[in-house]
Design a protein around this ligand. Sequence first.
Ligand SMILES: C[S@@+](CC[C@H](N)C(=O)[O-])C[C@H]1O[C@@H](n2cnc3c(N)ncnc32)[C@H](O)[C@@H]1O
Length: 196
Amino acid sequence: MKTNRWDDHYARRAREENWLARSVYKLQEIDKKYKIIRKGEHILDLGCYPGSWSQYAIEKAGQQGLVAGIDLFRPERVVSANFIFLLADVFEVDIEWLFNELGPMDAVISDLAPKTTGVRSADAGHSLLLAKKAADISFSILKDGGRFVCKVFEGEDVRSLRSLISSHFKLVRLFRPKATRKRSSEVYIIGLDLIR
Ligand SMILES: C[S@@+](CC[C@H](N)C(=O)[O-])C[C@H]1O[C@@H](n2cnc3c(N)ncnc32)[C@H](O)[C@@H]1O
């Protein structure tokens, strides 16, 4: 039988455990290490489609929690009374309007990723713009002490993103989860304890 190179251990496990994508295991690992999502919290999930991070956040935040997702595509299979979705391009979202709609958030998690072209430097540049946008949103929408997780493709300017995030959070870490595919250049930047 032919094996599909994308159908790895994590993809099979995600299907067995009813997660909408294998990327859930990246968030799970980050959350175990850095305690990003807690019971009763309000979480903003940027680039939420197809929905595994939202599923995980809904489960972790529990019945008193709230998860708001934003994406260009509607995550139709995420069904929960504690989930709200905004169909939007993050570059076009009015952050002040978003804050008025949602109120302050405990954590912003961003798995935003561009459609890759195969040209590594172009993909890294696009990913960096998405990550900077996610960081901007987090600075405006997080409560004091809030937490931020953001995917970015490694490239020349990741250092500038890290220092931008360092100017708003007490602790900043770069993390590469085990579930990240070997040939992927993605890393996650974690910001803990937002300061204004
Ligand atoms: C890797 S996927 C996210 C997977 C998701 N975390 C999950 O676990 O199911 C990246 C997402 O970013 C979204 N995205 C990319 N550019 C965007 C933009 N400008 N505005 C909103 N969403 C965007 C894509 O549509 C895609 O669904």
